[in-house]
Unconditional design. Structure first.
Length: 88
């Protein structure tokens, strides 16, 4: 099965930016630090990081940047898949 490069790129971009949108929502709601402390605790590590106050500009930049990076990753994933995976 061959993957469509464009569609795969968009799906990856959407998923990666959605994860970061969820993180920005947690920061906006004031629960980002609590979540970060919890995740580090699950790994038995003390958290050395402090979540900064929410910034709309930074949030928008992060969402757009991660969408673009996700698209590039998705395109390369589909290209590698189509090149090396033998399908029907």
């Amino acid at each position: 099965m061959k993957l469509n490069l464009g569609k795969t790129a968009l799906v990856f971009g959407f998923l990666v930016s959605l994860m970061h949108l969820m993180w920005m929502t947690m920061v906006y709601l004031g629960v980002g630090q609590m979540y970060l402390d919890w995740v580090f605790g699950l790994h038995l590590i003390s958290n050395p990081f402090t979540v900064l106050p929410f910034s709309f500009g930074a949030a928008l930049t992060l969402i757009v940047f991660t969408f673009v990076v996700g698209c590039v990753m998705g395109w390369f994933f589909a290209w590698i898949w189509n090149r090396f995976v033998k399908g029907k």
